[in-house]
Design a protein around this ligand. Structure first.
Ligand code: FES
Length: 76
C-alpha cells in the first residue's frame, strides 16, 4: 500500500527507512532520496514512526507539521 503517492513510497519502503534509523518524516524522505511534495502523507509517516519506535528509545519529538513545499506560498 502506498503511503506517499507523490514519491511512490509504500509501507515496506517506509518500514525499511525506520529500521535503518530514520526518526522523522524528513529523514524518511532523505533516506529515499526524495522530498515532501504535498505533505499529505506526513500524518501517516508520523504514525508509522511511532509504531516503529523501539522500546526504551527516546520518545519521538512531536511530529512537526510539514510546511508547504518551498515556493508554494511565495508571492506571485
Ligand atoms: S503524498 Fe507524500 S508528499 Fe504527497
Amino acid at each position: 500500500m502506498y503511503i506517499c503517492n507523490c514519491n511512490g513510497l509504500n509501507q515496506r519502503a517506509i518500514a525499511r527507512a525506520i529500521a535503518a534509523g530514520c526518526d522523522s518524516p524528513a529523514a524518511i524522505y532523505r533516506h529515499h532520496g526524495c522530498s515532501p511534495q504535498c505533505g499529505k502523507c506526513a500524518g501517516e509517516l508520523c504514525a508509522l514512526l511511532r509504531a516503529g519506535a523501539r522500546p526504551g528509545a527516546a520518545a519521538l519529538p512531536a511530529c512537526p507539521a510539514l510546511l508547504p513545499p518551498p515556493g508554494l506560498l511565495a508571492a506571485e
